[in-house]
Design a protein around this ligand. Structure first.
Ligand SMILES: Cc1ncc(COP(=O)(O)O)c(C=O)c1O
Length: 476
């Protein structure tokens, strides 16, 4: 049995393994190195999204099918990253690929509505307990639009987010993602820290930050801002600092507090929706928010976003809320006849995305897909935990449904401040070690593996065996 805190590692050994594996990575992937060098002449950091790069350079990919992906040097990997969790349906599932081929030959953008969009909206309503849905093109757009709808509905401006949560790259929410320790303020009243230059201070001032899994502190923060909060947005599981599940009762208390304060509760299910369960985290945890945001997995690999929820909230898109709506939310600050909330977008509901979503949800990620995804994930976590116990690594393995990771810290992480203790050097050594042996994981300790309908038991076992090789070498 492992010591609770794991053994003290020989740091020189960890560093030596990291350096050796990074050198091996460079030797195996010269084509990616050359492409990255060329890309840097055309794209800042050589990538299209700053999340896509890492030191010394990212792999450039050429092909992918099912659970496998190939880089520009022809190296094959079992993909456990799955495009930051987009691909619970696997890469280019044959049913989806076939349907999309027919769609591509028949027009991919009309800016007129299509029947597939109606059917996809109906499917989402069913799965997530929503009354009304709107489509967008990304998770960022979904959370941005949900916030505007919440503000329009309540007539309030401030929003609450949790420290360590990521909800996309718009100004209101690109704050306190992973703030530096010396800037984050006291846990009772975290400072709102912009995560990028270019975000106006006026936007930062509208977003209040609370610590995840601390309901009493949240209650005090809401009390200090009584009558001001339009929305509370949360990832039901914090999946942008590894895997941090809600503690028992936390989401229920959040629900009660949002209702008590007349704030719209938004679940950001961009990572959890259609991955954790048929009805996402909303079904998995049995707590119904007012609005749900979706993206990533619901499109099976084609860009898409969606948000939706309670009719009375979503109706602000088609009609101005009435001052006496009587829904427990104060509308008194809204002038009579205030404008409806604008929700717009050229590519919203485009035929390619709508078909991709419909086929993914109704033919691939059907209700009967989930038990096997959960079984495989539990096997991977149990396998990695057995390795950790055997070698007394200062780490633990964790998953919620088909998403999980090894957290390279001995103590359970319950919020962002605990996550700061993660051993980044150990993670980095493991990342290159696994990559060089054909096990592709997300390029950061803050992300996690995602399993798909294409993964097999044999692939899970190879992942565990490779991790065991790594652990054995680390402890010597
Ligand atoms: C929880 C969550 N919300 C929103 C987003 C933003 O989604 P997108 O990158 O599609 O804009 C992400 C992206 O990783 C996410 O993890």
């Amino acid at each position: 049995m492992a010591l609770a805190e794991g053994r003290a590692l020989n740091r020189d050994r960890v560093d030596a393994i990291g350096a050796r594996e990074e050198a091996a990575y460079r030797a195996r992937t010269p084509h990616s190195a050359r492409l990255h060098e060329r890309a840097r002449q055309a794209l800042p950091m050589g990538v299209a999204s700053s999340f896509q790069t890492y030191e010394p350079y990212p792999l450039f990919m050429t092909d992918a099918r099912g659970s496998r992906i190939w880089d520009a040097d022809g190296n094959e990997y079992i993909d456990f990253d799955m495009a930051f969790g987009v691909l619970a349906a696997g890469h280019s599932h044959p049913v989806l690929a076939d349907a999309l081929q027919r769609r591509v030959a028949n027009g991919t953008c009309y800016t007129f509505p299509v029947q597939d969009g109606v059917e996809l909206a109906e499917e989402l309503k069913l799965r997530f307990g929503m009354d009304l849905v709107r489509f967008s093109n990304s998770g960022t757009e979904a959370t941005m639009d949900a916030i505007r709808v919440a503000r329009g509905f309540t007539g309030r401006e401030r929003i609450v987010k949790f420290e360590g949560g990521y909800h996309g790259h718009h100004d209101d929410l690109l704050v306190s993602i992973q703030p530096p320790r010396d800037a984050m303020g006291p846990v009772e009243q975290p400072t709102t820290v912009a995560a990028s230059a270019g975000i106006p201070a006026s936007r930062v001032a509208e977003t209040i930050v609370a610590p995840f899994n601390q309901p009493d502190l949240l209650e005090a923060i809401l009390e200090a801002h009584r009558g001001e909060i339009a929305a509370i947005i949360t990832e039901p599981v914090q999946f942008n600092i590894g895997v941090v599940p809600p503690q028992p009762g936390f989401l229920e208390r959040l629900r009660e507090l949002a209702t008590a304060h007349g704030a719209v509760l938004i679940f950001d299910e961009v990572k959890t929706g259609a991955v954790l369960a048929y009805g996402g985290a909303t079904e998995h945890f049995g707590v119904q928010p007012d609005l749900v945001c979706l993206a990533k997995s619901i499109g099976g690999g084609i860009p898409i976003g969606a948000f939706g929820g309670r009719a009375e909230v979503m109706r602000v898109i088609e009609e101005a809320p009435q001052p006496d709506a009587g829904v427990g939310v104060e509308h008194s600050t809204l002038p009579a006849g205030a404008n409806r909330v604008a929700h717009l977008g050229t590519f919203n509901g485009n035929p390619l995305s709508m078909l991709a979503g419909l086929v993914t949800l109704t033919q691939i990620l059907t209700r009967d897909a989930y038990p096997q995804l959960h079984r495989l994930a539990d096997r991977l976590t149990a396998g990695c935990q057995a390795v950790i116990d055997e070698f007394e690594l200062p780490a633990y393995a964790i998953n919620v449904g088909p998403k999980g990771c090894v957290m390279f810290t001995p103590a359970r992480v319950t919020n962002y401040r605990d996550f700061i203790g993660v051993d980044a050097d150990l993670w980095q050594a493991s990342f290159f070690f696994m990559t060089n042996r054909g096990i592709l994981l997300p390029p950061g300790p803050d992300d996690q593996w995602t399993l798909s309908v294409a993964h097999t038991e044999a692939e899970i076992d190879r992942h565990v065996a490779t991790f065991r090789e790594f652990a054995a070498e680390v402890v010597g």
